[in-house]
Design a protein around this ligand. Structure first.
Ligand code: DQQ
Length: 580
């Protein structure tokens, strides 16, 4: 169960103070840093071009953050994203724009939306796309209309030429903008990121993220004609979690049904997601939408605090869209750097996007499943396989045969010989997998596990990033599966943020079997546990395990044997990436 309510009433003040610091931190423009060259103290390894990703989305240079208005239109996938054309730190934010036929090979176009009207003169922040009934795409987004504070207003833009499948030019009708401004009682610096709208009973609705005191919420705006918008009296939903950035709200097909639903289709269940400014992670709940009242109720009453996350690692400001070409819902998300601002200035780039993921409701109906879009498999080249290999306690072996594994895709099925030696689970960690993984990392011997992969590992193992499972037994003898990415030994470079990201995996391991997939790409490790039940994206900056110096191992630091039933590792080719 979640934290008792009385504790939450105390927590908000702490949340508020933290929120004020974090909120300030998350949107401070480092104007001073935009000018200065990086200090010489930046380790040379950090600026290695080999740490730019090979097949994850990146522009050739500069800062990127959240994805915006991902959409499919006339045969092209469109990805807009927050971008600073002037440097590798957040600031001067415009909507950069890339297009693709397969979500993997990308072509950069000119920025689509940039400051040009009074209600977005100081920045074009995040937003979403909606396909209107006649197929016209509309973008709603947050504009900054004052230079002294981040005063946020919502705007609308339409294609200048909707027969252009590349949607290169957008117009902002002066008579319509802004479509929504912060009325009295709304904090104008915490009012942003309109969602894709949905049509119900002849009215369009869209959400705008906000906060009242420490109650994060999703304002509902309604419109008959998609031009004039009025705010509903009540938010769709709210919770004592601090500011909701980049909300997302969409229907999901029946449990286990992998097909997506268009945003205006009626689903038996819905997903409401928020990027919590307080923690900088993306959370969601599954629940029911009552369209007559425009209210949403999570299935799990503690869900707002029980905290299911799309990704238990570095993954923020995500957006989904419905892809009619393949009848799937696709999730796009941003991962920032885990180095420092001076590092980023020295590199000249900062920020990547995760591989787009298909997302659907798990057969249990209690959580979502995610899996890299199938198109990424087109990048697979040479492969090696291992079958039926037992890894004894304290042993490891190298997966050999690839030219290198710094750009690879690895799928592995493990079989645990027995769960008898599973360590007892301390319920104090019930809501804090990351803390547990910080205490019991990859090199801390266990009962059943830690076992898994060492990726981006140097030949002498001085550098390695561990992606692994560890099985505990709770007070009732029920297995509890922890999945971790442990980057504590990922790099000899100093001053890096190396959190042991972790999540519990709600999967039945009575058969002793569990699977793992890791997309390895130079400075990012994106992992999917148990078929996409638990996902962890981690950023690492190896200094010797780069290029041909990167190796791949399987390890077992538990007391129980673990068998690699089947492992296949593919070299991954580099797609076309924004001309870089
Ligand atoms: N970043 C954008 C905002 C959004 C935040 C500004 C999410 O629109 O709330 O670049 O990181």
């Amino acid at each position: 169960m979640g934290t008792p309510r009385r504790v939450l009433l105390v927590a908000p003040w702490a949340l508020l103070l933290l929120a004020l610091q974090l909120a300030a931190a998350s949107h401070v423009i480092h104007r001073s840093l935009e000018a200065e060259a990086a200090p010489p103290s930046v380790p040379s390894s950090i600026v290695s071009p080999l740490l730019r990703t090979g097949y994850h989305f990146q522009p050739p240079r500069n800062w990127i953050n959240g994805t915006a208005a991902p959409m499919y239109y006339k045969g092209w996938y469109h990805l807009f994203y927050q971008y600073n054309p002037k440097g590798a730190v957040w600031g001067n934010i415009v909507w950069a724009h890339s297009v693709s036929h397969d979500l993997i090979n990308w072509f950069a176009l000119e920025p689509a939306i940039y400051p040009s009207i009074p209600s977005d003169k100081y920045g074009c922040w995040s937003g979403s796309a909606t396909l209107l009934a006649d197929g016209t795409p509309a973008i709603t987004y947050t504009g900054i209309s004052r230079p002294d504070i981040n005063y946020q207003e919502q705007n609308i833009a339409f294609p200048k030429n909707k027969s252009d499948p590349l949607l290169r030019e957008w117009v902002k009708p002066a008579e319509l903008n802004p479509i929504a401004s912060p009325e009295p009682g709304i904090n104008a610096t915490q009012f942003r990121d309109p969602t894709t709208a949905w049509l119900a009973d002849g009215h369009w609705r869209m959400l705008v993220g906000g906060v009242r005191d420490t109650r994060g919420l999703a304002f509902v705006y309604r419109s008959k004609d998609f031009k004039k918008w009025t705010r509903a009296k009540h938010p769709l939903h709210s919770a004592l979690t601090g500011m909701w950035e980049c909300p997302d709200f969409f229907p999901v097909a029946g449990s286990g049904e992998e097909n997506g639903l268009d945003t205006s289709e009626h689903g038996e269940k819905y997903v409401l997601k928020a990027s919590l400014d307080l923690t900088r992670y993306d959370y969601y709940t599954v629940g029911r939408y009552h369209k007559e009242k425009d209210r949403y109720v999570p299935d799990n009453p503690a869900g707002d605090y029980h905290r299911l996350r799309y990704d238990y690692g570095n993954f923020y400001a995500s957006k989904t869209f419905y892809d009619p070409a393949k009848r799937r819902r696709v999730l796009t998300g941003w991962a920032n750097e885990s180095d420092s601002v001076p590092d980023d200035k020295a590199k000249g780039w900062a920020g990547i996007h995760a591989i787009p993921r298909k997302i659907w409701l798990d057969p249990s109906g209690k959580q979502l499943l995610q899996w890299p879009v199938e198109e990424v498999e087109k990048l697979r080249g040479k492969s090696v396989s291992v079958s039926g290999k037992v890894v004894k306690p304290g042993q490891h072996f190298e997966v050999t045969g690839l030219a290198t594994s710094y750009q690879a895709d690895v799928e592995v099925s493990f079989e645990m010989s027995s769960l008898d030696k599973a360590e007892p689970f301390d319920p104090a960690y019930d809501n804090d997998a990351q803390k547990l993984c910080g205490v019991k990392g990859a090199d801390v011997k266990g009962g059943v596990g830690p076992f898994g992969l060492w990726v981006l590992a140097s030949g002498d193992l001085r550098e390695k990033t561990a992606v692994f499972f560890r099985v505990f037994k709770d007070g009732y003898g029920k297995p509890k599966v922890l999945m971790c990415t442990d980057p504590t030994k990922s790099s000899l470079s100093p001053d890096l943020y190396k959190p042991t990201f972790a999540g519990f995996v709600d999967t039945d391991i009575s058969s002793g079997k569990i699977s793992l997939r890791s997309l390895i790409d130079r400075s990012v490790v994106e992992s999917f546990g148990a078929g996409g039940k638990t996902c962890i994206l981690s950023r690492v900056y190896p200094s010797i395990a780069i290029g041909k110096g990167a190796h791949l191992y399987v390890f077992n630091n538990g007391e129980a044997d673990v068998k690699v039933s089947r492992l296949t590792a593919w070299e991954m080719k580099k797609p076309l990436m924004n001309g870089a």
